[in-house]
Design a protein around this ligand. Sequence first.
Ligand SMILES: CC(C)(COP(=O)(O)OP(=O)(O)OC[C@H]1O[C@@H](n2cnc3c(N)ncnc32)[C@H](O)[C@@H]1OP(=O)(O)O)[C@@H](O)C(=O)NCCC(=O)NCCS
Length: 166
Amino acid sequence: MELRKINRQDAFSEWQFITELPAEENGVENSHHGISFEEYVEKVLPKIMSYEHPENMPDWFVPETVYYLWDGDMLVGEFRIRHHLTEALRIGAGHIGYSIRKELRGRGYGTAGLKLVLERAREIIPEEEIFFRVRKDNIASQRVLEKNGVYVSGEDDEHLFMRIRK
Ligand SMILES: CC(C)(COP(=O)(O)OP(=O)(O)OC[C@H]1O[C@@H](n2cnc3c(N)ncnc32)[C@H](O)[C@@H]1OP(=O)(O)O)[C@@H](O)C(=O)NCCC(=O)NCCS
């Protein structure tokens, strides 16, 4: 299994993933559900790739790198690392977001992918701890986090806030 940064060579598999992923699931939003391959290649892919080194973006925008998890030649899921916290991210979505393709869930990919992503995140993120937010009813994601050593640091009505030391 390996992580590959989003790139042009893998565009077809990346598009299949993003167009199939629901528009909203467990608080994870996907504004690209159902888009065409042409639109993905011409507009969406360049835009997402630019987020790693953003130009002409508002002050609040935090650089973000998107990785895909591959098992051999099969793309299984997506992991996003926001490079640092803002006040909104600290009390909100945190540093890392992820999704695994629906038909491939429950096979250990989420857990294995997060382990690899944490290695990358430790090289990027300046804060002492890596922050996550998960819905209280999202037991699968909580298991993925717990199995990677991420602990519960707080909660609100709907979410657990979780962290791991770098
Ligand atoms: C959360 C998610 C990434 C988990 O990926 P996954 O590849 O299925 O995870 P794993 O196979 O590594 O399973 C992790 C654990 O969750 C458990 N699990 C999986 N689906 C479950 C479900 N519906 N209910 C309860 N537990 C579940 C597994 O049994 C496993 O626990 P175990 O090792 O104790 O048996 C995936 O469900 C997903 O993409 N969900 C939609 C997006 C999302 O919620 N992202 C996270 C936002 S915080």
